[in-house]
Design a protein around this ligand. Structure first.
Ligand code: NI
Length: 189
């Protein structure tokens, strides 16, 4: 397992649509090693999730894990999830404004995400999963699947809300955390 460099915005592979992993390749040492590196790199950077193209690979794989995350203390916990070939489907028109950051983008800001989303994916053992995710967890899934489609938060953030992390903490964090904590309590995830 290796902590790999995270590519910053501007690198062309972040704009590349990733390629589905054939089922027969999931058990290969290349794919299993890539998954190990994604988990290590995500944890090392305190990311809530990471997509393969952020560490330079075009396989359609993401990992998500939230557990008392210092970058995002308001996010509800999510057990370690490895999703191969994930597909998302918003279930209705309900949306929420989230202030998001990204390991590949130095700024953060507000964007609109769906609240109720069905996710389908295959795990690293080759087992298929389908379930509904909600709230900030649904936002994290949308963020990582955007990466796998070559889309960055920079494409979605309302430019007037762009902020460095330092300025976010100084001027915007308290109001955001208050609003989003109330939202998490209502939605339950
Ligand atoms: Ni990101």
């Amino acid at each position: 397992m290796t902590v790999r460099p995270i590519l910053p915005i501007g690198h062309p592979i972040l704009r590349t649509r990733t390629t589905p992993v054939p089922r027969s390749d999931i058990s290969s040492s290349r794919i299993q090693g890539l998954i190990d590196d994604l988990i290590d790199t995500m944890r090392h950077a305190n990311g809530a999730g990471i997509a393969a193209n952020q560490i330079g690979d075009t396989a359609r794989i993401l990992t998500i894990e939230v557990n008392n995350n210092p970058r995002y203390p308001y996010k509800p916990p999510v057990p370690l999830t490895v999703a191969i070939n994930p597909v998302l489907e918003p279930l209705d028109a309900e949306t929420v404004v989230i202030n998001e950051g990204c390991l590949s983008v130095p700024l953060r800001g507000e964007l609109v995400r769906s609240v109720n989303v069905a996710v389908r994916y295959t795990d690293r053992q080759g087992v298929d999963h389908e379930r509904v995710v909600r709230g900030l967890t649904a936002g994290t899934w949308q963020h990582e699947c955007d990466h796998l489609d070559g889309v960055l938060v920079a494409d979605r953030i309302d430019p007037k809300t762009l902020s460095t992390w330092e300025q976010f903490r100084a001027h915007h964090q308290d109001a955001f955390v208050e609003r989003i904590t109330r939202f998490v309590r209502e939605v339950g995830s």
